[in-house]
Write a protein that binds this ligand. Structure first.
Ligand code: MN
Ligand code: MN
Length: 349
């Protein structure tokens, strides 16, 4: 763990033997966020975490990506505006995690890779474009961490990164998103991505856990189908009975040491914390509980993640976008150590 902790700031190189491995000099090798000590946080172009824009995936280990698309939304739209507002609020993120002391930008190359191309007038074309965009990231060996967009974006992301082997999923959400179809047979909405992904062999359902599920359903089928294929659903009642530590201990056992993706739907949170979302459900977990759970994913073999369903038009205060940006930073601080471990393992081979 010590090897992934942040160095004291303010020094970029060392002339003496205190740094025989040259770790301090590494700082100049990796992109760094624009410092709020040099350019105030309200200034300059708002990129994710104030990182440089990097359009070459070969120069990244982790690509922060926006997917400004909500064509899978069945009720209240607005998540297409998520990436821009999350970028804005992410300028509040500093560089070192205050609990783990992880500084992701010292562990690997992280940059803002821009937005996936979308076609707001055509759902299938958007899925194709998003898939192709993430294929480039995956082929270059980078791990994606994305800001949605509605939850259907997770399907083309998984098509890009999980084709060669299914992944496990830790999925935070008020909804199972395992319905079969809407409106007489439409198979692709933000209520169906995980059913499609299991059918397409992108997810190992026995390595999938959903946390925070609640609210009325269209039909009991979504729950029955999910459980019939082996997905573990932790309803919010069970979450409150057992607490975040015990639930994440079970999540870790379920996903094991195989490749694992984290999908965070902000509507898993109680709407008092995240009102800016299309399908709010009362009685959810808190932001502090969500942070505690994400931090407890440290050590898993994480291969990517997303934060979806931030719909800024429903929250003019900007707080839901701040919550989205903060959850992205929390995921980044467990994803970067996983990427760092994989790189070191490859280097030793
Ligand atoms: Mn969802
Ligand atoms: Mn949801």
């Amino acid at each position: 763990m010590d090897s992934v902790r942040a160095r004291p700031s303010g020094r970029t190189k060392s002339k003496n033997s205190a740094d025989p491995l040259g770790r301090l000099a590494m700082k100049t090798r990796f992109p760094e966020p624009l410092s709020g000590m040099q350019v105030p946080r309200f200034g300059e172009v708002a990129t994710f975490m104030r990182l440089p824009i990097e359009r070459d995936p070969a120069k990244l280990d982790i690509a922060l990506v926006g997917v400004p698309w909500d064509g899978g939304t069945t009720n209240r739209p607005g998540a297409r505006h998520g990436p821009r507002e999350i970028r804005n609020m992410s300028t509040l993120m500093r560089r070192v995690h205050h609990v783990s002391l992880v500084a992701p930008y010292e562990l690997c190359r992280v940059g803002d890779y821009g937005d996936a191309p979308v076609n707001p007038a055509n759902l299938q074309d958007s899925l194709t474009r998003i898939d192709a965009f993430f294929c480039k990231i995956h082929a270059a060996g980078a791990a994606p961490l994305s800001a949605g967009g509605d939850h259907l974006i997770t399907l083309p992301i998984l098509r890009a990164i999980a084709r060669e082997r299914p992944v496990g999923i830790v999925h935070f959400d008020a909804h199972s998103d395992t319905s079969d179809s809407y409106f007489g047979g439409e198979k692709y909405t933000h209520g169906t991505p995980f059913r499609r992904a299991v059918e397409e062999g992108l997810i190992d359902p026995k390595r999938m856990i959903q946390i925070g599920v609640r609210g009325s359903m269209y039909s009991a089928d979504e729950k029955k189908w999910a459980e019939s294929v082996g997905i573990r659903i932790v309803h919010i009642e069970e979450f409150f009975r057992r607490g975040p530590d015990e639930v994440i201990a079970e999540a870790r056992a379920i996903v094991g040491d195989g490749p694992t993706y984290v999908s965070f739907d902000v509507d898993g949170l109680d709407p008092v914390y995240a009102p800016g979302t299309g399908t709010p459900e009362i009685g959810g977990f808190s932001t502090a509980e969500a942070q505690r759970m994400i931090r407890a994913l440290d050590g898993l073999d994480l291969v990517g993640g997303d934060v979806v369903e931030v719909a800024p038009p429903f929250d003019p205060s900007g707080n839901t976008a701040l919550v989205g940006a903060t959850m992205m930073f929390e995921i980044l601080c467990v994803l970067a150590p996983a990427v760092h471990r994989r790189k070191n393992r490859l280097r030793r081979l």
